[in-house]
Design a protein around this ligand. Structure first.
Ligand SMILES: NC(=O)c1ccc[n+]([C@@H]2O[C@H](COP(=O)([O-])OP(=O)(O)OC[C@H]3O[C@@H](n4cnc5c(N)ncnc54)[C@H](O)[C@@H]3O)[C@@H](O)[C@H]2O)c1
Ligand SMILES: [Fe+2]
Length: 345
């Protein structure tokens, strides 16, 4: 039996702070990492919602440090965003990165971080484990539930020249610390809550049926599916339902644990961005490496992020999950408020 068939990898951040009020420990974590000048990578929506000021003020109050803000990240962040963020990082002598938002700011910040320490351009890191140096100290504060980018080893950056989304799969882009606080998710409007929640559900389902799944990822995926089934509809109906927000934060994180280690499948491969200004009909989310579709001989290589992928899921002889209870008839439907601008793809 080869190593690829016998050994399962499992990647997650070193520390994750979860639960109501978790973000208030940010200052303590910055001090722990010993940073003096953080770059806060976020976007205009987050700034408009007041979250950027809230975090900048919190950092100042708890550490005395003035964070430098880069908030020009666009949805489906681009190579230009990474370049601009890196320029701000260097011009201000920054020594750590904090990302605040959903998948777009996290991926932009990861791009800045990996180029800051390795040199070159973000394009050099497309593929699997191309870096040789760790990112600067990195804290990802999550505001959607969600992509789970705050805890994954993926960084998805739009190449504006080639008009594709580059998949950077590198264990060194995993944030050192992830913060998932439902208090920061309360401001998500209903459609964003629904869309990001369905993203998390899809991550869990696709990871569960993946041939790179393991008993660990199965446990994460099944619990994520259960939590989404129970809590997504209530939180779409009432965005201030903090318990449901909390449970969705767990769900998206568990789904992230699953797909970060078991890959995604055809639904993500088919997903198309309709609003990204420079990209059309390209995968909109995380990379779909061939773990779900290829034979072991093509995946069990040193360049595969899932060398333990097997020929079929059935070979692990896993029984199908118990179906979650059906929602009550009175539950509001998630599509009650149709989208006007699904900018998060
Ligand atoms: N790296 C990974 O593992 C991974 C996985 C999946 C998707 N992605 C990437 O993530 C991106 C999508 O991320 P997303 O779906 O989280 O959306 P997003 O980060 O693009 O945000 C979408 C919009 O929602 C707003 N928003 C976010 N949180 C809010 C809050 N709490 N209150 C009010 N508004 C808020 C933002 O300002 C933005 O306008 C895509 O670029 C995709 O490729 C990455
Ligand atoms: Fe996704």
């Amino acid at each position: 039996m080869t190593t690829g068939e016998a050994v399962y990898g499992f990647y997650i951040p070193t520390v994750t702070l979860m639960g109501i009020g978790a973000h208030r420990q940010l200052g303590e974590q910055i001090n722990t990492l010993g940073a003096k000048k953080p770059l806060l990578v976020t976007d205009k929506g987050i700034t408009g919602a007041g979250l950027t000021k809230q975090i900048v003020d919190l950092i100042k109050a708890d550490t005395g440090i003035d964070a430098v803000v880069y908030d020009d990240t666009v949805p489906n962040p681009t190579d230009k965003n990474v370049e601009a963020g890196l320029a701000v990082y260097n011009e201000n002598g920054c020594d750590m990165i904090i990302t605040l938002g959903g998948g777009s700011p996290h991926d932009c910040g990861k791009g800045v971080g990996i180029v800051a320490t390795n040199g070159g351009t973000i394009h050099d890191f497309e593929g699997v484990n191309k870096s040789t140096q760790a990112m600067p100290p990195f804290i990802a504060i999550n505001t959607t539930a969600g992509t789970a980018s705050e805890m994954t080893r993926f960084c998805i950056i739009t190449d504006t020249s080639r008009k594709i989304k580059m998949a950077i799969v590198d264990w060194r882009v995993t944030p050192a610390i992830a913060i998932n606080d439902p208090l920061l998710m309360v401001g998500m409007p209903a459609f964003l809550t629904a869309a990001t929640g369905m993203d998390a559900l899809t991550h869990a389902v696709e990871a569960y049926v993946s041939i790179a799944a393991t008993p660990v990822t199965d446990a994460c995926a099944l619990k994520a599916i259960e939590l989404v089934a129970q809590h997504l509809r209530p939180v779409v109906a009432n965005g201030e339902d903090i318990e449901a927000r909390d449970k969705m934060a767990y769900a998206e994180y568990l789904a992230g644990m699953a797909f970060n280690n078991a890959s995604l499948g055809h639904v993500h491969a088919m997903a198309a961005s309709t609003t990204c200004p420079t990209v059309s009909a390209t995968p909109s989310c995380s990379p779909t490496y061939p773990a779900s579709t290829s034979s072991p001989s093509s995946t069990a290589t040193s360049t595969s992020p899932w060398p333990w992928a097997r020929m079929s899921r059935d070979s692990r002889n896993v029984r199908p999950p118990r179906r979650p209870s059906p929602p009550s008839r009175s539950s509001p439907r998630m599509w009650a408020s149709p989208p006007t601008s699904p900018s998060w793809a």
